[in-house]
Design a protein around this ligand. Structure first.
Ligand SMILES: Cc1ncc(COP(=O)(O)O)c(C=O)c1O
Length: 480
């Protein structure tokens, strides 16, 4: 505790202390549901006589701010509103009243555990540090001087980067576009958020994949949308399901993670892509193609994005550098008809006045350099090795206790556990054993799945992680 009495002050020390505690109650230093320190503890901490603390507590008790309870110590009174002169905002009520919903508690927990503890991290959907092209990025930042404005940039993002992305998506994703149809965003996440916030309204029905990254994203619920789910098979959703959903609910938009889907690894087949685009054109349903993974093919296959087949401008195409360069750059983009892009960039201006110019410059120079191509080749090789490792470890330690499809790209594997277990408990026990993953029920409606990410750890750690998971699973009794 930093507080010290001011011994020069004419005010008695017990009064100073009473005021300090009153302020602490008002600003939450002393939360209402926790006992105050005992008189002896506080006296020791503050290096004052115990009688001073007793007098301060007497003062606070006399105005009804605290209570002394036999056996359970000194607590803050239940109804202190109006007693203290300080007006205490009811923060909990504000927190609960905000229109923007928080993440699921389990999602918050996984993120916190993964960051704060040294666990084998098969949960975070990102590359490990050693897969970032740090060497090349350092070359850019150390050998060339920053050529950009440090002022607020164009609302759609840096013009040079948008020009580069135009060339990049043509070369790697077969997409024809131009810089005025592109908005640079803070990752794919912000692009999704802007679409939901700006183009849809309360009550609109939207189609999401089940399971999917979007399945439980609070942003869909915060806006009051009605998410409806379409099951994902090995080659993506069934277009007939989309059609019948549209006929029943007049869905206003469909969100697809078309290549190496998070979490299933599914690659939407070309036939299905065409069928979905046909439905989209016939009924005027916009498709949001979220595509952070298409460059991570292990077969060398060049994925035909939906956007590359979109002759009529029905597709809003989202991508980012998070899964192929570095998630911390926070560089993503959305491509769509210019009026839509202008609408979204106006909103982005309101939110953050545009993307940081420095990381846009780094991203631009890396995308432009010859190193980008060799980086992607090396990255996919490394990811493929990690994919092979997790597949081998799953076979070795779990055998027929699990089922899964082998992903041909991306960074996730979706594993079905062949016995019914308490999924919450399984995660808790796994965390205790030092391994963390994403339980399937946070990403989809079906029971008994887990998502392992194989990009965040090296082969040794992947093997150890699956071994520990298998040991934990073996301790679980089959549920009756
Ligand atoms: C399918 C999908 N979309 C969007 C994102 C958001 O990524 P970012 O904002 O880092 O580009 C992720 C991250 O896991 C993802 O898997």
């Amino acid at each position: 505790m930093d507080w010290k009495p001011d011994r020069q002050d004419k005010k008695a020390i017990y009064k100073q202390l009473a005021e300090y505690i009153e302020n602490g109650i008002a600003d939450g230093t002393y939360p209402p549901d926790k006992p105050l320190p005992s008189e002896r503890t506080l006296a020791k901490e503050l290096n004052v006589n115990r009688s001073t603390v007793v007098a301060a507590y007497d003062e606070l008790e006399s105005i009804g701010l605290i209570q002394r309870n036999r056996g359970s110590g000194t607590t803050i009174s239940k109804d202190i509103w109006g007693i203290t002169k300080k007006r205490i905002p009811s923060w909990n009520r504000y927190i609960e009243a905000g229109s923007f919903l928080p993440n699921l508690p389990i999602t918050q927990r996984i993120r916190k555990e993964a960051v704060e503890h040294k666990l084998i991290n098969l949960a975070s959907g990102e590359l490990s540090e050693d897969l970032f092209p740090l060497k090349y990025l350092r070359e850019i930042t150390s050998s060339r001087s920053f050529i950009g404005s440090l002022g607020y940039d164009h609302p759609q993002g840096n013009a040079i980067l948008r020009e580069t992305i135009t060339k990049h998506v043509k070369q790697y994703r077969n997409i024809e576009t131009n810089p005025s149809s592109i908005l640079i965003t803070s990752g794919a996440q912000q692009a999704l958020h802007l679409v939901v916030q700006c183009l849809l309204k309360q009550g609109d029905a939207v189609a999401l994949e089940d399971p999917s990254y979007n399945y439980n994203l609070p942003t869909f619920k915060s806006t009051g949308l009605r998410p409806l789910y379409i099951p994902v098979n090995e080659d993506g959703i069934n277009p007939d399901d989309l059609l019948s959903l549209y006929k029943k609910h007049r869905i206003r938009m469909i969100f697809l993670n078309s290549a190496y889907q998070n979490p299933t690894g599914a690659l939407l087949s070309e036939k299905k892509r065409r069928a979905i685009l046909d439905i989209s054109s016939e009924y005027g349903i916009p498709v949001v193609e979220d595509d952070p993974y298409s460059l991570t093919s292990f077969t060398g296959e060049k994925v035909s994005t939906l956007k590359s087949m979109d002759a009529n401008g029905n597709v809003l195409y989202i991508s980012s550098l998070s899964k192929i360069v570095a998630s911390g750059l926070r560089i993503g983009w959305i491509i769509g008809p210019t009026p839509v892009i202008e609408r979204l960039s106006d909103a982005k201006q309101q939110i953050d006045f545009g993307h940081a110019s420095y990381t846009q410059w780094v991203a631009n120079d890396f995308l432009e350099s010859e190193n980008f191509h060799s980086h992607i080749q090396n990255l996919t090789k490394q990811l493929e090795m990690r994919r092979d490792q997790i597949v081998n470890s799953l076979h070795f330690y779990l055998g027929d206790k699990v089922d899964f499809s082998i992903p041909m790209g991306g960074i996730h594997i979706w594993v079905k556990i062949n016995k019914e277990v308490n999924e919450v408990q399984l995660l808790e026990e796994s965390i205790k054993r030092g391994v963390i993953y994403v339980p399937g029920y946070t990403m989809g409606s079906q029971k008994g799945f887990v998502r392992f990410t194989f990009a965040r750890e090296n082969e040794g750690a992947i093997d150890e992680g699956i071994k520990r998971f298998a040991e934990v699973l073996a301790t679980f009794k089959i549920r009756s």
